[in-house]
Design a protein around this ligand. Structure first.
Ligand code: FAD
Ligand code: NAG
Ligand code: NAG
Length: 404
């Protein structure tokens, strides 16, 4: 009996260091996990060097890069909360809209579009979550046409030509498809944002590109020298999961002491001095409490293409008559919110194929697919849900001299 007691005491004491080690290991793993979730700021200071409004595609990157300078401190304010696991699943992307992750906007009644929709209005999804619309997006990695950037530069936006922005695309990118990444003039590896073809495609993806070649187009990387052509989709995903800008740019740096990330923080107003026209502070609401925080250097408005203009208008910057109709004192009369352009997404092109290859719903939401995704991050749920390949073609309206 005596002996057994010693043994049981021994095993208790012997297991204690093991627990301690395990705990230390686990917590350091947690601390260093590049994909560990961001913690919501517990304290908010009265003043920061920079305040970034909106932690979406733009805000997450800006906050990351600013806090590389260790003697600047930054407050990143986001109206929404953090991503859950559903947002991680590429094949579940359409389930995210019209949930709390979405601002759930609708357009006004349209007279020349949306005529087949209820009340001639379209849903207008915008991310209301850390990572912003990069959490709702279909993840297609498309930089856009060179000439758009060059046009912005030509209109006076210094630093926005394609040659100016290209180094930043490359710096951010971690392209995991060697045949694309080999073109180092246009692509990068080792950056924060993981880009690759999805883990699963139907045979239609390659067939689509082949069909383009048969018609005389090039099979081409549309994010390199020339956009025109057909390609397999590249997407912002990592190991079969979504790589939102929150996952890419915020989670790995969440322990930086000079960055406070405050979620559920809805900015109501930017305080602008009516005389000097200088923006000095930001007013926001978090859990029913109103905060006003000063910015020593700059306030960055990255609340998205709908909310940024709205916030400017609420702050007194916008069309004077519109602001006055809401009783908002006008600080600067400017056409804020004008010239907004959005693309339509057409879900209605339906055709039959004579092999069982297409993205049929039963294949996605069936038990084998769920199991495969859970175990291997593979199978149909790792796909881009039907958007598998891309083509850019010049129509008869295109400027024939462009060739890009
Ligand atoms: C359904 C869908 C599919 C898409 N698919 C693709 C795709 O496949 N490929 C592609 O390249 N692009 C795609 N896009 C577009 C792309 O996601 C956006 O262009 C991009 O995310 C916009 O970035 P942003 O930083 O301007 O705004 P957002 O990413 O929308 O970020 C704005 C952030 O500000 C926050 N915010 C807003 N107002 C306030 C406030 N008052 N106070 C505090 N925070 C606020 C929002 O909650 C949000 O998090 C898609 C978009 C949608 C909606
Ligand atoms: C939608 O627009 C069409 C064409 O302008 C119009 O005839 C129709 O009445 C509109 N429907 C609704 C519900 O407003
Ligand atoms: C799981 O997906 C992979 C490819 O993504 C596929 O090769 C494999 O056959 C699938 N397994 C099952 C059980 O469906």
């Amino acid at each position: 009996m005596f002996l057994t007691q010693i043994f049981s005491n021994l095993s208790l004491w012997a297991s204690f260091p093991a627990f301690l080690l395990y705990y230390l290991f686990y917590s350091s793993f947690e601390m260093n996990d590049l994909e560990g979730y961001v913690t919501d700021a517990e304290t908010i200071l009265t003043e920061y060097d920079f305040i970034v409004i909106g932690a979406g595609s733009a805000g997450a990157v800006v906050a990351n890069r600013l806090t590389e300078v260790s003697n600047w401190n930054v407050l990143l304010l986001e109206a929404g909360g953090d991503e859950g696991i559903v947002a991680d699943i590429p094949g579940a992307v359409h389930l995210l809209q019209r949930t709390s992750m979405d601002w759930q906007y609708k357009t006004m009644e349209q007279t020349e579009a949306c005529l087949a929709f209820n009340d001639n209005k379209s849903n207008w999804p915008r991310g209301n979550i850390l990572g912003g619309s990069s959490v709702l997006s279909y993840m297609l990695y498309v930089r856009g046409n060179k000439r758009d950037y060059d046009d912005w530069e030509a209109k006076g936006n210094i630093g926005w030509s394609y040659d100016d922005v290209l180094p930043y695309f490359i710096k951010s990118e971690d392209n995991r498809n060697p045949y694309i990444a080999a073109n180092t003039k246009y692509h990068g590896t080792g950056g924060y944002l993981t880009v690759q073809e999805p883990a699963w495609t139907t045979p239609l993806a390659a067939a689509f590109v082949e069909a383009g070649v048969e018609m005389g187009y090039e099979s081409n990387d549309g994010n390199a020298a020339k956009q025109t052509g057909f390609m397999l989709a590249q997407a912002t995903n990592r190991r079969g999961r979504r790589c939102s800008t929150a996952k890419a740019f915020l989670r790995p740096i969440r322990n930086r002491q000079n960055l406070h990330i405050s979620m559920h923080s809805h900015v109501h107003k930017i305080i602008i001095d009516p005389v000097t026209k200088q923006a000095t502070a930001v007013r926001f609401e978090k859990k029913g409490q109103i905060y006003q925080v000063n910015a020593k250097k700059e306030i960055i408005v990255s609340a998205g293409s709908v909310n940024s203009p709205q916030l400017l208008m609420l702050s007194g910057v916008g069309p004077a008559d519109h602001l006055q109709s809401f009783g908002i004192p006008v600080i600067e009369d400017l056409p804020v919110g004008d010239n907004l352009q959005d693309h339509i997404a057409l879900g209605g092109m339906v055709f039959t194929v004579n092999k069982p290859f297409s993205a049929i719903e039963g294949q996605y939401y069936a038990f084998p697919a769920l199991l495969n995704y859970t175990m291997n991050s593979a199978g149909p749920l790792a796909s881009l849900l039907g958007c598998e390949a891309l083509a850019w073609v010049n129509t008869k309206y295109a400027d024939p001299s462009s060739g890009e």
